[in-house]
Design a protein around this ligand. Sequence first.
Ligand SMILES: C[S@@+](CC[C@H](N)C(=O)[O-])C[C@H]1O[C@@H](n2cnc3c(N)ncnc32)[C@H](O)[C@@H]1O
Length: 275
Amino acid sequence: MADTSETPSGQSQHGRIYGAARYYDIAFAYRDFAQECDFLAAVAARHLGRAPESVLELAAGPANHAIELAGRGLWAAALDREPAMVRYGTEKAAAAGVEIAYQEGDMTGFALDRPVDMALLLLGSAACLLTNSAVISCLQRVSEALAPGGVLIVELPHPRELFNIDDATEDGWEVTRDGTRVRVRWGSPGDSLDPVSQVAQVTTTLTIWEGGRKQVIRDKAFQRRFTVQELDALARASGCLEAVAWFGGLDLDVAIDDPEEAWRMVAVFQKPHLR
Ligand SMILES: C[S@@+](CC[C@H](N)C(=O)[O-])C[C@H]1O[C@@H](n2cnc3c(N)ncnc32)[C@H](O)[C@@H]1O
């Protein structure tokens, strides 16, 4: 996999948090990766017309989904621009007894050596793409990496939050693993949202208790907010992917417009099948 990016513009940061890969992994370990992968594989199969055999996890961080899917026999690749995440995810895969092709690179400028059936951009990582140009470059690179009929599944916060209808996502939580306790505070009252660019400045704090010591990692990042209509329009503008399904969570039973249950915005984009 080659990184073919020019200097990426309009990029988010959070370098301190993503550089602390093991603590990041603990902080976001509240998810059920096996169940999420059941959903991802089922959605891909529905649109491909067969079970997916390969996956690329973009902005993969610890690459938990790529590792879970590799354990199920898929050929798995991962991409992240943070070297600490690439090292951590590669070691985590080896410890799980699977191999993933994990490369350092930017999701707006990469190429794969072989096509994949499904690409994943999960847990709000698309918010790191701050401009329409960055989103379109990413969609075009993904389309080049997908096999015909292949899908890209994107998970973002539900737009109910952007429109201040309610707060669907928890902004504070705590996870303990192997004696290490990590408390997360995502966002702070002083954070701003630019209504023109839809870019928010988000302050994140990890408080870590480990081996009798406490440390605090505080970081800021720019994060783009998206709506359903924008994602649909950006896919059309990319000229290569089409929005084919929407969900309100990583769950086949939760519709994007379910006023009670929808708490995430999950978009499924597809590269056309060969005719
Ligand atoms: C919120 S974390 C998500 C990690 C993972 N997808 C998960 O579900 O836990 C975002 C990740 O995106 C990476 N990232 C941000 N911008 C990127 C870019 N332009 N290209 C590749 N990786 C990027 C960061 O280094 C970080 O590891």
